[in-house]
Design a binder for this molecule. Structure first.
Ligand SMILES: Cc1cc2nc3c(=O)[nH]c(=O)nc-3n(C[C@H](O)[C@H](O)[C@H](O)COP(=O)(O)O)c2cc1C
Length: 289
């Protein structure tokens, strides 16, 4: 499927419906409308091995999506695909409101716990993935928001940042395993936060003093490692892992599949080359297996 980041309007859902993706990911969406950050917000290294971005979660806000989602879901279902919507709040209560606002018109809610590119007057906003108490509180808020949905409950995915500290990863794994929670899928991983690059002597990315989320091929080994650890710990609890990070070839897809995961997402490669990448990747995988 496409990774969260740039399918935000009905036209893009229509384009994705023509591709072989199994799910169409919309968002991330926020409670209030957000403009794109100013200046250069996406940059790819000259050799194409990695990219930096700091879009800042641009989207028209939940009120617009309450109107758009029924049609988006209709388009997805007509093409035999699920509609997956990524939500990003700035507090547990915002996640609660977002979950309530979209739940009736989505098949999967992807709870984004890892956007590194949001800056306020007080500096960079905290990234929930690195705060187990906040992660717990957000997941419980989403669970509370959906508690009366019975059989109509959408699948719940949470999307994490990449972890380098094994203890921190173990703590998050315990949070996810905790029986009060109801996570169906874990998506790993979001961009590596606070990366930086120069372009012709100036910072490559304008907002946030040039700090940005890193993605692209160079993320593959990191995303494979996260996927392997999380799949090993959570598969036996019935939690499915979705691999994302650095996928640009059929061999990359096979490398994730070899870890046991059944779903992958494509971010930067799709962002740079458009919808055609999904049929290309599928063909490359078919040629390999
Ligand atoms: C331009 C851009 C915007 C992104 N926006 C979002 C977003 O809104 N929500 C989210 O969960 N991840 C977002 N991401 C992260 C991607 O979904 C993906 O997790 C990450 O880029 C790693 O995958 P990749 O190497 O295939 O790009 C964004 C990535 C890029 C490059």
């Amino acid at each position: 499927m496409n990774a969260a980041g740039w399918c935000k309007d009905i036209e893009t859902v229509r384009e994705l419906a023509k591709t072989p993706v199994s799910e169409i990911t919309v968002g991330s969406i926020t409670l209030e409308p957000r403009p794109v950050n100013e200046g250069n917000v996406f940059w790819q290294s000259p050799d194409g091995t990695y990219a930096l971005n700091s879009l800042g979660l641009p989207n028209p806000g939940i009120a617009t999506y309450r109107k758009r989602l029924p049609e988006m879901q209709k388009i997805a279902h007509a093409a035999n695909k699920k509609l997956r919507v990524s939500i990003a709040g700035f507090s547990p209560s915002e996640y609660f409101k977002l979950a309530v606002g979209i739940a009736r018109n989505v098949d999967v809610i992807e709870v984004n716990l890892g956007c590194p590119n949001v800056w306020g007057a007080e500096g960079q906003k905290p990234i929930p993935s690195f705060n187990p108490a906040l992660t717990t509180s957000i997941i419980n808020s989403v669970a509370e928001a959906l508690q009366d949905m019975g059989n109509d409950l959408p699948r719940i995915a949470i999307k994490l940042s990449p972890y380098s500290d094994p203890l921190q990863m173990d703590t998050i794994i315990s949070v996810i395993q905790s029986e009060r929670l109801f996570v169906d899928e874990v998506v790993t991983c979001n961009t590596f936060p606070n990366a930086f690059a120069w372009q012709d002597g100036a910072r490559a990315i304008t907002p946030g003093d040039g700090f940005a989320g890193m993605s692209g091929s160079a993320m593959k080994a990191i995303a494979l490692g996260q996927t392997k650890r999380l799949h090993g710990a959570l598969h036996c609890h019935g939690i499915e892992i979705v691999g994302v990070g650095g996928i640009a070839t059929g061999q990359d897809v096979v490398d994730f599949a070899q870890l046991g995961v059944k779903k992958v997402q494509i971010g930067t490669h799709y962002f740079v080359h458009g919808e055609k990448v999904f049929s290309e990747l599928l063909q490359e995988v078919a040629d390999l297996v």
